[in-house]
Design a protein around this ligand. Sequence first.
Ligand SMILES: Nc1ncnc2c1ncn2[C@@H]1O[C@H](COP(=O)(O)OP(=O)(O)OP(=O)(O)O)[C@@H](O)[C@H]1O
Ligand SMILES: [Mg+2]
Length: 255
Amino acid sequence: MIVAVSGKGGTGKTLVASLIIRNLLDKDLDILAIDADPDSNLPEALGAKAEKTVGDVREELKRETGKGEIPYEMGKWDVLEYKIMEAVVETSKFDMLVMGRPEGSGCYCAVNNMLRKIIETLSNNYDVIVVDTEAGLEHLSRRTTQNVDIMLIVTDTSKRGILTAQRIKELSDELDIKFKEMYFILNRANPKKKEELLRKIEDTGLNIIGTINEDENVTEYDIEGKPLIELPENSSSVLNVSEIVNKILYKKEIR
Ligand SMILES: Nc1ncnc2c1ncn2[C@@H]1O[C@H](COP(=O)(O)OP(=O)(O)OP(=O)(O)O)[C@@H](O)[C@H]1O
Ligand SMILES: [Mg+2]
């Protein structure tokens, strides 16, 4: 199962991705976390450290081959795959791969263009892959998330967050990218205003799978720079994400 978490910048993608992984830890699954955001922060949220990113691997190969571009589609994929495997961090609970970015002024897309192929290759080795995507819509236009089974789109309560969520849905329809499932998550909801907002969002045709309340523990962990994956079990965000995972895994009634 390949799950991707997308949405506008700062809406809570990394929080959701790390709490999904946390929730899956006791389920005896082989899990791979992929940080596909060039401004990567999933490692901090997971309390793991990547010595090497896919961006580093690409630079390394470029230096070794003396070529400006890596012809990874044309038979050279094996070498690259071997090196990418070396960049996979293994922890006792899950594995992690950070896409990173090229050195200097290089285009971020060069690294992320490899993402689809990486997901395809690595999906044989894991039960679940969770991808924390870069903010916005580009993962769709580049088709890097094309093979994703479950696309989760996180929005905060702002109009702009909801608009981006809507655009992600529209663009995937337009590009004929058919995820097996696509759900929306409302994050940082104020319980008092939640119902009214949910009605408004559902009127736009977005399928909300669950909400995550504003969580003081998250704020505290943020201030102290502690990994979000270690949030206390009774934190509202942990409980909210656990409900969402149960709905996805066991197809419990949505919302
Ligand atoms: N439910 C919540 N309660 C309290 N704080 C939250 C909540 N959700 C997110 N935050 C905080 O808001 C900030 C943005 O969240 P996060 O980093 O998960 O968003 P993002 O979508 O991954 O952002 P980016 O686009 O920069 O990668 C973080 O400091 C995060 O801890
Ligand atoms: Mg993030």
